[in-house]
Design a protein around this ligand. Structure first.
Ligand SMILES: Nc1nc(=O)c2c([nH]1)NC[C@@H]1CN(c3ccc(C(=O)N[C@@H](CCC(=O)O)C(=O)O)cc3)C=[N+]21
Length: 297
C-alpha cells in the first residue's frame, strides 16, 4: 500500500459474520417447523483452489446449523455419471439447495449442468430460470435464487451505510456469475443505480472508470483497475480471484483486480482477501436458507 492511503474498508469478514448471525436464527426457526436446510456441493476433480472453496462452504454451513452433503467426483467422471448425481440431489429431500463448483473440466457441458439443477434448489442462482427471473424482475428472493456474488457486493456496500441510488457504477468483466448478472440487479428501482458494463472489447476502459462513483472489478485480470483511473472518492469493489505465483516468495496466492495504490484515491475499498469473498459465501448460505423456507409445507 502506498503512503497516504485513505480509503475506509468495506469489511466483508465482519459483514458476513453479521449475516451468519441472522441466518443462524432463521435456521433455528426452520428446524422448529421440521425443515432442516441442507447444502449439497458437487466438486469434480482435484484442483486445490476448488477443494479449498468447497471445504470453506461446508465449514460455513456448520457455523449456522445447515447440514451439508458432499459429492466429490473424479476428474474423469462422465457426463452421464454427473447427470445422475444431479438427479439424485434434485430428488433428495435432505438437500434443500446445492451448487456445482465451477469451472468444470473441459469434457463436461457446463450449460447442460446448470440446466439440470432444480431451479428451486439452485443455491448459486445460475439456472437459466433464475437468471431469466432476474431479468424479468421477479423481485422476491423467496421465489428466486439470485447470484451470490452480485448479492454479496450489493449488501456489502449497503451495510456500510452507502446508498446505490443514482450512482454511476462501472462493472469490469462480463462473466456470468458477476459482470453480466449485477447490472439487472443494480438497475432495479430499489437500488436505482446506472450501470455501465465494460469488457475486453471496451475501448479506453480507463475513460469509463474515471466517470465511476462505484467500480465493480470482476474481470479476473490482476491489477486492471489502477489508481490513475479511479475518480477521487470513488467506492471500489475488488471481485477478482486470480491465482498467481508471487515472484518474491515463489508461493501461489490470490490476486485481485484492483491495484494496491487505489486505496489512496478511493473513499471505500473492499480488501481482497476479506472483502467480497466472504460475502459470496454468506449469500450462498442465505440462498440455502431462502430456498429451505420456500420448501416449508
Ligand atoms: N459454482 C460456483 N459458485 C461459486 O460461488 C464459485 C465457483 N463456482 N467457483 C469459483 C468462484 C470463486 N469463489 C470464491 C468464494 C469465496 C472466496 C473467499 O472467501 N475468499 C477469501 C479467502 C481467499 C484466500 O485466502 O484464498 C477472502 O476473499 O477473504 C473466494 C472465491 C466462489 N466461486
Amino acid at each position: 500500500m502506498v503512503d497516504g492511503a485513505s480509503a475506509q474498508i468495506l469489511d466483508g469478514t465482519a459483514t458476513a459474520a453479521a449475516i451468519k448471525d441472522e441466518l443462524r436464527e432463521r435456521v433455528v426457526a426452520l428446524k422448529a417447523k421440521g425443515v432442516v436446510p441442507g447444502l449439497g456441493t458437487v466438486l469434480v476433480g482435484s484442483d486445490p483452489g476448488s477443494q479449498w472453496y468447497v471445504a470453506g462452504k461446508h465449514r460455513d454451513c456448520a457455523e449456522v446449523g445447515i447440514e451439508s452433503i458432499r459429492r466429490d467426483l473424479p476428474e474423469d467422471v462422465t457426463q452421464a455419471e454427473l447427470d445422475a448425481v444431479l438427479d439424485e440431489l434434485n430428488n433428495d429431500p435432505s438437500c434443500t439447495g446445492y451448487i456445482v463448483q465451477l469451472p468444470l473440466p473441459k469434457h463436461l457441458d457446463t450449460d447442460r449442468v446448470l440446466e439440470l439443477i432444480d431451479p428451486a434448489k439452485d443455491a448459486d442462482g445460475l439456472h437459466p430460470t433464475n437468471l431469466g427471473r432476474l431479468l424479468l424482475n421477479v423481485n422476491d428472493p423467496i421465489e428466486t435464487s439470485l447470484p451470490c456474488t452480485p448479492r454479496g457486493v450489493i449488501e456489502l456496500v449497503e451495510r456500510h451505510g452507502i446508498s446505490w441510488k443514482g450512482k454511476n457504477v462501472v462493472v469490469v468483466g462480463r462473466g456470468i456469475t458477476v459482470g453480466r448478472a449485477i447490472g439487472p440487479l443494480l438497475t432495479r428501482r430499489e437500488y436505482n443505480a446506472t450501470v455501465t458494463l465494460t469488457h475486453t472489447g471496451t475501448v479506453d476502459l480507463d475513460a469509463h472508470l474515471r466517470q465511476a462513483d462505484v467500480i465493480v472489478a470482476a474481470a479476473g485480470v490482476p491489477g486492471i483497475v489502477t489508481a490513475s483511473a479511479v475518480k477521487p472518492g470513488a467506492v471500489v469493489l475488488d471481485v477478482g480471484v486470480s491465482r498467481v505465483t508471487d515472484p518474491e516468495t515463489g508461493k501461489s496466492r490470490i490476486a485481485g483486480d484492483v491495484a494496491d495504490d487505489v486505496a489512496s484515491v478511493a473513499s471505500w475499498i473492499s480488501p481482497n482477501p476479506g472483502g467480497v469473498g466472504p460475502m459470496t459465501r454468506a449469500l450462498l448460505l442465505k440462498n440455502v436458507v431462502d430456498s429451505a423456507e420456500r420448501q416449508l409445507p
